[in-house]
Design a protein around this ligand. Structure first.
Ligand SMILES: [Zn+2]
Length: 313
């Protein structure tokens, strides 16, 4: 099992179907679990996916339409029931703090949760830690909405052949990484000589929105881009009217942003009755984007693509 992967809990927009639960996604990132947009039924989907309440360390809500948040009461109460001891950070559009509070207290329970609310009011960094930095951008939907971007800090990859040539091994490798230079074999060796730049991995999460500058900022050079594609290209008028993307637009975002893996999700129920309906969405995205396109299905596990070997651009 990969240490960094997307666990798809649900993939339907607006109304669930026989084969698709409401939205919901857990991004596993080393020891962290970021739960995005828990729609109705997320608690049970977590059970089916083998995700426990205690694995969740962050909850990121893009907006407060039902398909993105009605699972919150169940998930939060399950966390309380399981007595999750750690702090859970919660992000959501700042204008709708009251809606979050209502969802948290939608039913009566013994609230022993340790939540740290981080309402998102402006574009930019929400959090910066050692394994990732979380950024948010305001989207263009019918209600306040934000997209998220998770970026690992850039680092350096040690090159074993150059380390060996310089006669550096064992604990000295760690010392060189910490201190940036080291005396070895009678000469000064710098970190740059025996390593190469390693770009941090990047994941973007874009839900309900029209095309806007923010989606390109979020998706920039993303290794994994999770993007709503509510409508087929033929329904572009509906997409614009209701503040959504078409599959073709999702493909365009991925292409223009230099993304690597595009995961399409948040499908309208209108395509579920037609056997080829969902596949057509993938084809439309692929027409605009030459990279890999995955049509998300409930309970999929999608690893974050392995690092690029190229140097940071
Ligand atoms: Zn939605």
């Amino acid at each position: 099992m990969s240490d960094r992967e997307l666990v798809v809990l649900g993939t339907a927009s607006q109304a669930p179907t026989r084969s698709r639960h409401h939205n919901g996604y857990l991004l596993r990132w080393d020891g962290e679990g970021l739960l995005f947009d828990p729609g109705e039924g997320t608690q049970r989907q977590m059970l089916l996916a083998g995700v426990t309440a205690s694995q969740v360390t962050w909850i990121c809500i893009t907006h407060f339409h039902a398909d993105h948040c009605l699972g919150l009461p169940g998930v939060l109460q399950r966390m309380a029931l399981d007595q999750v001891p750690h702090v859970v950070d919660v992000c959501y559009p700042a204008e709708n703090r009251e809606v979050f509070t209502r969802l948290r207290h939608a039913a009566l329970f013994r609230d022993v949760l340790n939540l740290r609310e981080r309402p998102v009011g402006v574009n930019g960094a929400v959090f910066a830690g050692s394994t990732f930095r979380l950024e948010a951008q305001r989207l263009s939907h019918s209600v306040p909405a934000v997209g998220y971007r998770l970026a690992e800090p850039d680092g350096r990859r040690m090159l074993p052949d150059r380390l060996a040539a310089a006669g550096i091994a064992g604990r000295d490798v760690g010392r060189l990484q910490r201190e940036g230079r080291l005396m070895a074999g009678g000469r000064l060796v710098t970190l740059e000589e025996v390593s190469e730049p390693r770009r941090g991995q990047r994941v973007a999460f874009i839900m309900d929105t029209r095309l806007c500058d923010a989606v390109f900022a979020l998706a920039d050079q993303a290794d994994l881009l999770i993007c709503e594609s509510t409508f087929a290209d033929a329904d572009a008028g509906l997409a614009r009217e209701y503040g959504h993307l078409t599959a073709g637009q999702a493909g365009r975002i991925a292409a223009e942003s230099g993304a690597r893996l595009l995961v399409l999700t948040h499908f309208s129920q209108r395509y579920d009755h037609d056997p080829g309906g969902a596949q057509r969405l993938a084809d439309q995205a692929a027409a605009a984007f030459g990279g890999e396109v995955v049509l998300a299905a409930d309970l999929d596990r999608i690893p974050v693509p392995a690092r690029r070997s190229a140097t940071p651009g």
